[in-house]
Design a protein around this ligand. Structure first.
Ligand SMILES: [Zn+2]
Ligand SMILES: [Zn+2]
Length: 181
């Protein structure tokens, strides 16, 4: 196992996120652990992240692990929890981090103190970390585009809706079906 420098990871995450905050620091902490435990930055879809919130922490993860919205190897579950699962498609192992109740923000500290404290913490003290069984999502697929019969926008075929023998994109489908009622 090799040790990465928290400060430089934090700099990279902040450059992407826009500001330093306790949230992005949580993402740095989780990412550091993942990189130190047999995983590399995901150039393609080697790594999959499943996040249970859409707060600042997810930007730290996208910046440092390459599990991004655009590549489709970031799965968002809208649960409002600071839980994160990472699946490595090569060794087929999944690790889940669940924020411990005791880690939930110390209000007596300033924002800067909370960031500093988190950055110097052991991930094991902040999160419950466990190896879990995981069913990986399918790899991102490329679908042909079809032109919407109303607005003419090229639209991914799986997102086309049919109505009165015409093909519509979702916004146009909503418009024509509403007008028809
Ligand atoms: Zn933030
Ligand atoms: Zn349309």
């Amino acid at each position: 196992m090799y040790i990465l420098d928290s400060k430089s990871l934090m700099e990279k995450a902040v450059a992407f996120h826009g500001h330093a905050c306790p949230g992005v620091t949580l993402g740095v902490l989780v990412s550091k652990y993942i990189l130190e435990h047999g995983n590399d930055f995901s150039v393609d879809e080697e790594l999959v992240a499943v996040v249970e919130n859409d707060n600042c922490s997810v930007d730290g993860i996208q910046a440092l692990l390459g599990t991004t919205f655009g590549k489709g190897n970031l799965v968002f579950l809208d649960y409002g929890k600071n839980n994160y699962t990472f699946y490595n498609r090569t060794n087929e192992k999944a690790i889940k981090f669940s924020l411990k109740a005791s880690s939930f923000g110390d209000r007596s500290l300033s924002r800067e103190e909370r960031i500093e404290k988190l950055l110097n913490s052991n991930p094991e003290d902040i999160f419950e970390i466990e190896i879990i069984e995981f069913n990986p999502p399918k790899m991102a697929e490329i679908h042909e585009s079809i032109l919407c019969d109303n607005c003419g926008d090229p639209t991914m075929s799986t997102k086309i809706r049919e109505f009165n023998n015409k093909k519509f994109c979702i916004p146009c489908y909503k418009k024509v079906t509403r007008n028809d009622n």
